[in-house]
Design a protein around this ligand. Structure first.
Ligand code: SAM
Ligand code: SF4
Length: 326
């Protein structure tokens, strides 16, 4: 088992397959021109599988593939097929563009839940956020997953003045659809133009929803990073990921492997451990994993102020979200 010095067992690994993406979401990509990591510096197919096997042999029960956009990687199908054979729950976070072509692979690998990012239900605003004109493609891929009885969770990053006026529309979408909307508080990363006054908090989101709907809390799982809710009469549900105003650090069980093979013990940590170089030298990576997790800070990577209004995004030592893997 992999544990930290606060007794938190770490059994959930998020693997970023690539820092490349076919979208340009402004809140995720760094402001300046960004060169994607060349393929030779990324973990290769067999290296991803080998590292995943080591984590699974040491207690990991759930693996999430993310990125960048995980499904733009050319060997995504092979990786998914191989990881699908491991004794873990395999899930994926995607922008939803490549679902139709990947569906047979996803089903064959036994993937039962997919998180799709969709920050707006308005095609023009979608283009403004992502710089890509594929709103209808993403929407129809969500329908496709539902037809195939794959659970869909929709990630919506709420930003004040941009899409907070759509919260009620997203909730209305859950009336006749068995989807879960996951409202995410906007988080600061290197170069993502975060300002505390752009953040729309858990309390604000709940207040908006409560104006039109009766909301009931739902008891979640021990390690949930989201607070879950239901609305009587709705087929779907919603959750709020309040990393900024109500972080979930006390029960954190997550580790992150970046596409270039570095282990991050927290989304906000300013340090990382190079597993890929050690693996390529045939060294034992388990002690590296154990000491990286042991050194995990109690909360928010030891970097962010507990009071989000005091955070200065320009002083944060971290990668941009697209290079960490969300
Ligand atoms: N490309 C895939 C996608 O968009 O779902 C996977 C990677 S993306 C980095 C994973 C998640 O992180 C997405 O739901 C995205 O909206 C979220 N995300 C990115 N930047 C964020 C930020 N600054 N604050 C909150 N969530 C963010
Ligand atoms: Fe790409 Fe996902 Fe980041 Fe958007 S949020 S730029 S889709 S990685």
């Amino acid at each position: 088992m992999i544990a930290d010095s606060f007794g938190r067992i770490h059994d959930y690994l998020r693997i970023s397959l690539t820092d490349n993406c076919n979208f340009r979401c402004f809140y995720c990509m760094p402001e300046e021109e960004y060169d994607f990591t060349p393929a030779s510096r990324l973990m290769q197919t067999d290296e991803i599988i080998k590292l995943a096997e080591i984590f699974v042999a040491n207690g990991v029960k759930k693996i999430r593939l993310t990125g960048g956009e995980p499904l733009v990687r050319k060997d995504a199908a092979q990786i998914i097929a191989a990881l699908g054979k491991l004794p873990v729950e395999l899930v994926i976070t995607t922008n939803g563009t490549r679902i139709a072509e990947m569906l047979p692979v996803l089903k064959e690998a036994g993937i039962q839940t997919i998180n799709i990012s969709l920050d707006t239900l308005q095609p023009e605003k979608f283009f403004m956020i992502t710089r890509r004109d594929v709103f209808h493609q993403v929407r129809s891929n969500i329908e496709l997953l539902l037809q195939h009885k794959i659970k869909v969770k929709v990630n919506m990053v709420v930003m004040k003045g941009l899409n907070d006026n759509e919260i009620t529309d997203f909730i209305s979408w859950t009336k006749h659809n068995p989807i879960q909307i996951r409202f995410i508080e906007f988080m600061p990363f290197s170069g993502n133009k975060w300002r505390s006054n752009k953040m729309f908090s858990l309390d604000e989101i709940l207040a908006v929803i409560a104006k039109d709907f009766s909301v009931l809390p739902v008891k979640g799982e021990a390690h949930d990073t989201a607070k879950s809710f239901m609305i009587p009469g709705h087929e779907g549900s919603f959750a709020i990921i309040s990393t900024m105003t109500n972080p979930f650090c006390d029960t954190c069980n997550r580790m992150r492997l970046t596409a270039d093979g570095k282990l991050k013990n927290c989304l906000f940590s300013d340090s990382e451990t190079d597993l890929l170089t050690a693996l390529r030298k045939n060294e034992d990576v388990l002690p590296l994993i154990q000491s990286a997790i042991w050194s995990k800070k109690k909360a928010l990577g030891g970097q962010l102020a507990a009071d989000f209004e005091k955070i200065d995004a320009t002083t944060i030592q971290n990668r941009s979200m697209i290079t960490i893997g969300g």
